[in-house]
Structure formats: C-alpha cells, structure tokens
Design a protein around this ligand. Structure first.
Ligand SMILES: [Zn+2]
Length: 485
C-alpha cells in the first residue's frame, strides 16, 4: 500500500504554488465588461443599502435597485452584470460575490446558482438576494465565508424568468400561472437534450444562459425551484424518452416512467444532493409535501426516477459544459406568503453555502505543454466515467470526485495522450498538473494516436439502447465528441 501510494504520488505533479499564484486575467468577453458596472449603478436605495434586506418579495425594479446598491456598497466583493434580457426586456442580472469579483482567479473555481427559472417559484429568487447579503456582510467576520470568497467566484442569478415572476401571485402554492416565460415556454424544457432532440423554439432567456455558461467554466451549479422539497440530480431525461412522440404519449410516459437514469458521475451527484439535503433544516427527512405527493428517501432523487423530462437545464450543464448542476426544490408552496421567507432562509442558509464549497472537492489542475503553455480544450476523461470535460484557455480543469484512486486520460490535438493516476482524499483537493508532449511522429507509429475531434455534426439521437447503461457507454464517446467539438 505504502509502496504503491508512493509510486502513484510520484506520478502526480502537485502545483501548490499555482493555487497561491496571484496572476489572473479579465474575462475577454466584452459583454461582461466590468467597466460597464460602474456606469450602471444609478440610484442607490439607502433603506436596503446595508445588512437590512427585508424578508419580502422584490419586484424586478426593486431587485435591480437592491443589486445596484450592494454593488455600490461592496465594490471589492461584488460585480453586477446582465447576461441578456427576457422576452419583455428585463435584465437577467447576475451578481458575482468573490474576493475577485471582476476577474477569474486562475486555478480557482467559478460556481453559480440560478433562481426563479419558473417565474411562479419565488422563494429561490429571494433567498439568493439574502445569500448575497449574507456573503458580503460576513466576509470580515466569518472565516469560512472569507475562505470561500477568497477561493471561489460565486455567480448568483436571482431570476432567470423575471417576466413570469411579474405576473405570478403571492400565496399561490400549486398552480402554474407565471411558470412560463412571456411566450409561454417552459424554460426548464428549452435546452438542447442529449437523449431526445428538443424541437422547442429556443427562448431569449435560455439562449442567454447558454451563451453565459459557454463563456465561463462553471464547476458547480444549483437551480432553485419550488413545489417540492428535494434535491434532484441528473439525469432528468432517459433513453426511453424517445418513445414519447406526441403530447398524449408524453403525458402517459411521464406519469408512468419512474426509472432512474444513471449519470456517469452518479456517486458524485448523489453526494452533492446529500450535502444540500443534510444541511437543510428538514429536507433530509424526506417527508412528502402533502398527502399523495411523493416521499424522497433522504430528501434526494434521481431526476428521471421522479419524472423524466426533455430539455432540462441540469443535464445540459453537465453534458455540454462539464458543470455539475442539481435541481433544488426548496419549498412545498411555490409562492408562499412573504412572512414565511425568513423561515425559508434559515432552513436553506447552511445548505446554500456548504453546497457551493463542494466545488473544492476532487481533483483540479492544469494541462500544459512542454514549454509551460496552457493547452486549451484538452479532453479530460476519468476512466470508467464516459463523459468528457475540457480544459479552459488557461489549461485549467476541475473534476469533482469522491475519495478514491482514479485514472484520467488527457488528450489534445497534436499531443501524445497521457494517462495519469491519482488519489482523491476527503480533506483537500488533489492538485494535478499534466504536461502533454507534442506528437512528433505522424507516420502512425505505435505511440501516436491522433485525437483530432470529428467535424461538427448536427445532433442525432443515439440508436435505441438495450439498456440505460449500454446506451450511455456506447454513445457517450461519439456524441460528446460531437457536442463538445
Ligand atoms: Zn420549477
């Protein structure tokens, strides 16, 4: 054990100095030019310009004023940007809270929460405002929050569906009025889908999210919903979704299909969901919201085991962008009376914070060439997990993994592929630096395996599987190559 551990360690290049490195660069994307923020500040609502964010619902203008006031009061810890506009022209605001709000910290993860994707599920929207407030006011007094903000960029989007929220009614627990965007599309059915081609017309809100997450490598994410109390993890869709070709068939299918759809990182997703559920005041008890609604063992569920859906945001984050997202159903009542908000905050506060810290679990590091230059879009694939992650333009990668011994394949066009073995332990992340050597031989010699990605191909669903696992194993390689290419 000691000998093999030593051998393994010898193969690991720990670049601790990278973590301590202060070099960082701005995002090149002009859409998020931080300079725009200062011209955007406008009026400051002094009543809420402090630790006294009230427990009440904030309409879009009030929310905008609040975000601007925080950004004015905490310029060293926050940056406010908009990723786009809703159908009716409302900004899709994102507040970054971090010790480095304007710049990505090289080697440190970016994480996010998205609230209110369903406009009438309003609790998450308000909780994210309170999370912002809590983070900025605790930085100087709470060493854990300070560590988190020093080592993480937290992007918080309180409302992905401000138009739906605008017509939703406080006190409405169960109906769907306000759920959709202004063109009556369900935004959590509007993303490209791995298992079944999504024919729904892409909406501005969804397009904005897709562009956003293509520009920032988010490592971990949570999408906040209401109407149940459970942490639901990928996959939401299943290979058998292809039988559902008409609305009638689909409703029958969704009512009766309750089989889990197992992701390659099922163990990690279950763990992440348990972190939320176990830190929540009552989610882990798994009590059903009302008679007739389901109970969830330990407060977690596989998405498809609850009910399958096509076009969901969490599967898309994971399969297209290597971002581990789960769906957090945080209130039995979708839009409860405002006087209950303080209780919801207390119930979820610990979960919201602890969940984000999970971005620091597992392995992360850099892929460099022989000269120490970063290799962008190198493929990172953990053996036994048929999903491919990619490095950023700085050569960074993150892979949230539970304690154990793993092997990864690292490959990039023009380089000899590398296989690296490493250990993940519980107490701190494994730093892993991989140097790729350029492929000098091009004559098909024994050591050169070209890894050029195939040309981009339009999405085509994989052939019907003989089983869920078979389908995942057989089709992930080709599909993921296509969609990531
Ligand atoms: Zn929802």
């Amino acid at each position: 054990m000691a000998g093999s551990a030593k051998a393994i360690l010898a193969r690991i290049f720990l670049l601790l100095t990278f973590l301590g490195a202060t070099r960082s660069q701005s995002l090149s994307n002009p859409t998020y030019n931080p300079d725009e923020v200062s011209t955007n500040l406008g009026e400051v609502e002094s009543r809420e310009n402090g630790p006294d964010l009230e427990f009440r619902y904030h309409d879009h203008d009030q929310m905008t004023r609040y975000l601007r006031s925080v950004s004015a009061k905490y310029p060293a810890l926050t940056a406010l940007y908009s990723v786009g506009k809703s159908v009716q022209g409302r900004d899709l605001w994102v507040m970054v809270v971090s010790a480095s709000p304007y710049e990505h910290m090289i080697g440190k993860p970016d994480v996010k929460y998205v609230g209110n994707i369903h406009g009438n599920e309003a609790v998450g929207r308000e909780l994210l405002l309170h999370l912002i407030q809590h983070l900025v006011t605790s930085y100087d007094t709470d060493p854990y929050i300070k560590w988190l903000l020093d080592n993480t960029r937290i992007h918080l989007m309180p409302s992905m569906n401000p138009d739906g929220f605008a017509i939703s009614k406080e006190g409405q627990c169960d109906n769907t009025y306000g759920r959709h965007n202004a063109r009556r599309y369900d935004l959590n059915r509007n993303f490209p889908d791995f298992f079944k081609a999504n024919t729904k017309q892409p909406q501005p809100e969804t397009e904005a999210i897709k562009e956003w997450i293509s520009k920032i490598q988010f490592v971990l994410s949570g999408s906040l919903h209401g109407g149940a109390l459970v942490a639901s993890y990928p996959f939401d869709n299943t290979p058998s979704a292809r039988i559902c070709r008409s609305s009638v068939l689909c409703s029958v299918f969704q009512s009766y299909a309750h089989s889990p759809s197992i992701a390659p990182d099922d163990d990690v997703f279950r763990h992440l969901s348990l972190v939320y559920s176990n830190n929540h005041a009552k989610m882990s008890r798994g009590v059903s919201c009302k008679s007739g609604s389901p109970r969830f063992e330990k407060g977690i569920t596989n998405g498809a085991a609850w009910y399958p859906l096509t076009g969901g945001m969490q599967d898309y984050n994971y399969l297209w962008h290597g971002c581990m997202e789960i769906t957090l159903e945080i209130s039995c009542c979708k839009y409860p009376p405002a006087h209950e908000l303080a209780k919801y905050w207390q119930d979820n506060k610990q979960s919201l914070i602890k969940y984000l810290a999970e971005a620091h679990r597992g392995a992360h590091g850099f892929v460099m060439d022989e000269n120490g230059n970063p290799v962008e879009r190198a493929s990172i694939k953990v053996k036994g997990r048929d999903v491919t992650y990619h490095t950023t333009k700085y050569g960074e990668f993150w892979r949230i993994l539970l304690p154990g011994t793993y092997r990864i394949d690292v490959s990039a066009e023009g380089y000899l592929p590398q296989e690296v073995e490493f250990i993940v332990i519980e107490s701190h992340p494994t730093l892993l630096n991989v140097t790729l050597h350029s492929a000098k031989r091009i004559d098909g010699g024994p050591y050169y395996r070209p890894v050029a990605l195939p040309p981009r191909a339009p999405y085509s669903p994989p052939a019907p599987p003989s089983g869920i696992f078979a389908s995942l194993t057989n089709s992930f390689n080709s599909i993921v190559s296509n969609i990531f290419g």
